[in-house]
Design a protein around this ligand. Structure first.
Ligand code: PLP
Length: 382
C-alpha cells in the first residue's frame, strides 16, 4: 500500500472545504448563466449569486459590498491596485513605501513601476521579520502615494501591525495597501478599524477554489480611485473586465462564511497544534524558529534546522508535503528573499523550511510528522 502524504503546506494552498464545493456545484450545470446577461433568468440568477457572494466577502473584512471587486486571485488584484493607483495619482505622487519581505507579486509590480519613474522606498526589516514604525514615519511625506505592507507573511507568518501603520498613513494622507492573502481566515480583519484603503485576498488560501480573489477598495474617508489597468467590457466597475467565474465566486463567498463561523475554534486549535509541533521537535533537535514568535499566524512555523540542508531534508521526507521559501523553479534554487531581507545568512536560509498546518490537519498527523522529521534529521546528521 502506498503510504499517504501528510499535507503541511496550507500557506501554499488549501483543499476546498466540502461545504464550499457543495455550494459551487449547481453553478456549473444548473445555474450556468453569464452574470452579465441582463435579458433572461439564467443571467439574473448568476448575477444574484455573485452579489450574495460579494456580501459574504465584504462581511469577512467588515467592508461594504460596493467596495469589493472580484479578481482571479491576489496576484491580479495586486497588479490592478498598484498600477491603478499609479495611473490615477502618479502625476502628483511618485513614491511608494514597502519592505523586502513582501510577496513577489508586490515586489515585481513595484519593480515595474520603478522602471516607469516611481521611487520605491524599502524599509529595513529586523531579524524577527518586523519593521520599525519610527522609520516608516520618517519616510512618509507629500510625495508618498502609498504604503504597501502585507498583513501576514507567507513564509514566516510574521504579522505587521497594520492598524498602527494605517493610522500613520491616514495622518499623512497616504493610502495603505495591504496584501492580506495569508491573513484571511487566520486573523480577524476589519478594514475600518485597521485604516486600510486597499486590500487583497485569495480564496484558495482559505478552503475556497483556486482562480478567484478580491480587492477591497475604500469608498469613503478617503475614497480611493483606481484607473483601469485592464480594458474590456466594463465588468467589476471597469477594473476587472471579463466574464465572472460564477461557481468560483460562489465558493469564495461560502469559504468566507465558513471561516467566520469556525474562526475562534480554528485559531485556537491550530495554534496549540503548532506549539506542540515546535516543542516536540525542539526537545530533540537544535533548531531556530525564524521570525517573531509572538506576532505570528497561528498555523505557520519557519524552522532553521541548523547545519542540515533543507533540500536534503525534503528529499528524505517524501511522505511529508512542506516547502522552503526558495524559488525551486531553476536548477540552482534562489535563497528565500524573505529570509534574506531578515538578515539570515545563505547557509541559514538553505537550512530553513516552512510547515503550515490547516483545517484538515489532525493532531495524529502533526505528531507523526514530528517523528518522521526527527528520524530524518538524525539520519542526515551522521
Ligand atoms: N501574496 C501572498 C502573501 C501570497 O502568499 C500569495 C500566494 O502565494 C499571493 C500574494 C499570490 O496569490 P494568488 O495565488 O491568488 O495569485
Amino acid at each position: 500500500m502506498i503510504e499517504p502524504v501528510i499535507y503541511l503546506d496550507y500557506n501554499s494552498t488549501t483543499p476546498v472545504d466540502a461545504r464550499v464545493l457543495e455550494e459551487m456545484l449547481p453553478y456549473f450545470t444548473r445555474y450556468y448563466g453569464n452574470a452579465s446577461s441582463k435579458t433572461h433568468r439564467y443571467g439574473w440568477e448568476a448575477a444574484e449569486a455573485v452579489e450574495i457572494a460579494r456580501r459574504k466577502v465584504a462581511d469577512l473584512l467588515s467592508a461594504d459590498s460596493s467596495e469589493i471587486v472580484f479578481t482571479s486571485g491576489s496576484t491580479e488584484a495586486i497588479n490592478i491596485a498598484l498600477h491603478g493607483l499609479a495611473l490615477n495619482y502618479g502625476d502628483r505622487k511618485k513614491n511608494i513605501i514597502t519592505c523586502g519581505t513582501e510577496h513577489k507579486a508586490v515586489l515585481e509590480t513595484l519593480a515595474s513601476l520603478s522602471e516607469q519613474g516611481f521611487s520605491i522606498t524599502q524599509l529595513n526589516v529586523s531579524r524577527d521579520g518586523t519593521i520599525d514604525l519610527q522609520e516608516l514615519k520618517t519616510h512618509l511625506n507629500d510625495t508618498t502615494l502609498c504604503v504597501c505592507l502585507m498583513m501576514a507573511n507567507n513564509e514566516t507568518g510574521v504579522i505587521h501591525p497594520i492598524e498602527e501603520i494605517g493610522a500613520l498613513c491616514h495622518e499623512k494622507n497616504v493610502f495603505l495597501f495591504t496584501d492580506a492573502t495569508q491573513a484571511a481566515g487566520k486573523m480577524r480583519i476589519d478594514v475600518n478599524e485597521m485604516h486600510i484603503d486597499i486590500l487583497c485576498i485569495s480564496a484558495h488560501k482559505f478552503y475556497g477554489p483556486k482562480g478567484t480573489g478580491a480587492l477591497f477598495i475604500r469608498r469613503k474617508n478617503p475614497s480611493v480611485k483606481l484607473a483601469p489597468w485592464i480594458t474590456g467590457g466594463g465588468h467589476e466597475r471597469g477594473l476587472r473586465p471579463g466574464t465572472l467565474n460564477v461557481p468560483a465566486i460562489v465558493g469564495f463567498g461560502k469559504a468566507c462564511e465558513v471561516s467566520t463561523e469556525l474562526f475562534w475554534e480554528e485559531v485556537s486549535r491550530l495554534s496549540s497544534m503548532r506549539t506542540r509541533f515546535e516543542q516536540l521537535i525542539e526537545q530533540q533537535i537544535n533548531i531556530t524558529i525564524n521570525g517573531s514568535i509572538r506576532n505570528r499566524l497561528p498555523n505557520t512555523t519557519n524552522i532553521c534546522f541548523n547545519g542540515i540542508e533543507a533540500a536534503r531534508l525534503i528529499r528524505e521526507l517524501p511522505t511529508l508535503a512542506f516547502s522552503t521559501g526558495s524559488a525551486c523553479t531553476s536548477a540552482l534554487p534562489e535563497p528565500s528573499h524573505v529570509l534574506k531581507s531578515m538578515g539570515l545568512t545563505d547557509k541559514e536560509i538553505f537550512s530553513s523550511v516552512r510547515f503550515s498546518i490547516g483545517r484538515m490537519t489532525t493532531m495524529e498527523e502533526a505528531d507523526a510528522a514530528v517523528q518522521k522529521i526527527i528520524s530524518a534529521i538524525n539520519k542526515l546528521k551522521v
